[in-house]
Design a protein around this ligand. Structure first.
Ligand SMILES: [Zn+2]
Length: 215
């Protein structure tokens, strides 16, 4: 699928499921960088260094099982002033699971994050962005917001050049955009390579950077 087609998909999702947040409304000049699937023992610290260098804040949607393996990284993320979101315990396609299983995934991850940081997560991003409308009452019960994205950087595409990823991300990013990146990329190192140039360009375009805690 081309990126323009993706942007149409996000617009449709937002209309059909207004409670699923793809972008932040009334957010002049503010955008939200989000990093999924970590924490990763090498990549997450490198990303934290880059964010520190450019003095910006971002959000990390962490997996429960990887948080359990690297709890010190959760602490580093919070200590640096970034936000933590819940990305489920495993990385399964949850729309195929019974709702009780989904609830378990969310609560177990919440427990691990809370244990190590004292932070109670209240933003959930389902793996692959796949969800079923039956998740809504579960999220309401546990006071979660469902946060997706409206800009796909495709940083996971190993054969894409830095230039291509930066160019297509800049083209798709508008005020209020939620930008999807990854701090656990097992196929390539694209995110680390792309991030400095991407941030420089976004800053040059006048964007400021917020976290999901503002949503
Ligand atoms: Zn993911």
């Amino acid at each position: 699928m081309k990126l323009q087609q993706y942007s149409l998909v996000y617009k449709c999702v937002q209309i059909i499921f207004p409670w699923a947040i793809c972008r932040v409304k009334n957010s002049p000049n503010r955008i939200y960088l989000t990093f999924d699937d970590g924490p990763h023992p090498q990549q997450t610290p490198q990303i934290l260094d880059i964010l520190k260098k450019y003095q910006i804040k971002a959000s990390f949607f962490v997996l429960g099982f990887r948080s359990q393996e690297n709890p010190h990284l959760l602490k580093q993320i919070i200590a640096a002033g970034h936000a933590l979101g819940n990305h489920a315990y495993t990385h399964r396609r949850l729309w195929k699971c019974p709702i009780k299983e989904i609830e378990k995934e969310i609560l177990l991850t919440e427990k691990i994050i809370r244990q190590h940081t004292g932070v109670r997560t209240s933003h959930f991003r389902p793996p692959y962005g796949f969800f079923c409308p039956t998740i809504k009452p579960v999220l309401e019960k546990h006071r979660y917001k469902l946060v997706l994205w409206n800009v796909l950087t495709e940083d996971y595409q190993g054969n894409y050049s830095t230039e291509k990823i930066v160019a297509q991300t800049l083209k798709a990013t508008t005020p209020g955009s939620i930008v999807l990146l990854h701090d656990y990329n097992d196929k390539n190192n694209n995110t680390i390579l792309v991030l400095p140039e991407l941030i420089q360009n976004l800053k040059a375009n006048g964007f400021q950077f917020g976290t999901i805690y503002e949503i």
